[in-house]
Design a protein around this ligand. Structure first.
Ligand code: ZN
Length: 288
C-alpha cells in the first residue's frame, strides 16, 4: 500500500483553547512522506523528537516556535491514513473546535485522499513491551490490527475503573471515537482561568464534571471520556512518525506517559517493518 496525502488544499479556522484567539490552519498536499507543521517559516515534523511539553496537551516545538494541542488533529490523520501533508498554522495552538476530532474527519472525508509514490510502512510491535509511570502503564503487544484496551480510573463516581476495548479503523473511529469530547472538572477550570489560560474554553468544547456528575448536558456516547482518551492516545502514538499496528493495553495513561512510552519502544525495538507478508509469525496474542 502506498502512502497517502489529501487530494487538494483546504483551510479550517477556529479559536485556540488557551489563547482564545482565532487561528487559521492551511492543509497542503505533499509527497515528502511526513506530517509536517509550518509556523513562522519553521518546519516542525509530527515526531516525538519535537515534543517540548505534554502538560494538558501535546506541544511540538523547534527553533523557538511551538504548536500546542496537536493530538486531536494527529488522531484523525492517523486513522484516516494521511501519511504526508503540510499544515501551515498562524498561531501557537491548534484550534479546539468542539473538543474532539470530528471537524478533521469531516474535512478529510469531504476533500478525499490520494496515493503518493512512496510505500507506506507501519510501526509494528515484535515482542511485549511495557512502560510504567507511577501506577499507570502502557503495554504494547504484537497484533496485525490496531487495537486498544483502555482503562480510566479517577476518584469520581462516574470515572472509577471503566474499561473498554476497540479494534481501530475508520469505521469504529467514526462511529465511536472521533466526536468524543475531552472532560474536565469544575475546580480545574477555575484554577486554569485564574492562571489566564483556557480563554477559548467554553461549556461547548468539553464535558464538565463536578463531584456529583456532569454539569453541562448529556454525553454524546456512553463513556465519552474514555473514548476521548483513546482519541488522544491514537494522536500521541502517531508521533512515532508512522502508523501503528499492534495492541495497546492502557491503564490510566495520558500524554506524558504516551510520549514517554513511544520514545522507549522506539529505542528498545527495531519495530519498523513494511506491512508484514502472509506467513509472518507474530507472537501469540495474549491479553492482560
Ligand atoms: Zn484530547
Amino acid at each position: 500500500m502506498n502512502m497517502q496525502t489529501i487530494r487538494k488544499e483546504f483551510t479550517l479556522n477556529g479559536i485556540g483553547l488557551h489563547t482564545g484567539k482565532k487561528v487559521n490552519l492551511h492543509f497542503i498536499p505533499s509527497d515528502h512522506g511526513k506530517v509536517t507543521f509550518i509556523s513562522k517559516g519553521i518546519n516542525i515534523d509530527a515526531h516525538y523528537d519535537n515534543v517540548i511539553s505534554t502538560n494538558f496537551a501535546v506541544t511540538l516545538g523547534r527553533s523557538g516556535v511551538s504548536i500546542s494541542t496537536v493530538e486531536h488533529l494527529l488522531s484523525a490523520l492517523h486513522i484516516f491514513g494521511i501519511d504526508s501533508i503540510y499544515i501551515e498554522i498562524d498561531g501557537p495552538e491548534i484550534p479546539i473546535f468542539e473538543g474532539s476530532a470530528r471537524i478533521f474527519v469531516d474535512a478529510i472525508k469531504s476533500i478525499g485522499t490520494m496515493d503518493i509514490d512512496e510505500k507506506r510502512t507501519y510501526f509494528t510491535v515484535t515482542e511485549p513491551f511495557q512502560v510504567d509511570m507511577d501506577d499507570k502503564y502502557l503495554l504494547f503487544l504484537p497484533s496485525k490490527k490496531f487495537e486498544v484496551k483502555y482503562t480510566i480510573s479517577f476518584n469520581h463516581p462516574l470515572l472509577d475503573k471503566v474499561t473498554e476495548e476497540f479494534i481501530l479503523n475508520k469505521k469504529s473511529y467514526e462511529s465511536k471515537i472521533c466526536f468524543s469530547r475531552t472532560f474536565t472538572f469544575v475546580n480545574v477550570i477555575e484554577g486554569l482561568r485564574e492562571k489566564g489560560l483556557i480563554k477559548g474554553g467554553s461549556l461547548d468544547n468539553a464535558i464538565v464534571l463536578d463531584d456529583d456528575g456532569i454539569v453541562n448536558g448529556d454525553l454524546r456516547i456512553e463513556n465519552e471520556w474514555l473514548k476521548h482518551k483513546v482519541l488522544d492516545l491514537i494522536g500521541d502514538i502517531y508521533l512515532l512518525g508512522k502508523p501503528f499496528m499492534g495492541r495497546i493495553v492502557a491503564y490510566k495513561s495520558g500524554h506524558t506517559l504516551d510520549v514517554k512510552a513511544i520514545r522507549a519502544i522506539s529505542n528498545h525495538q527495531r519495530t519498523v517493518y513494511a506491512i508484514p507478508k502472509p506467513g509472518y509469525q507474530f507472537l501469540p496474542h495474549f491479553n492482560k
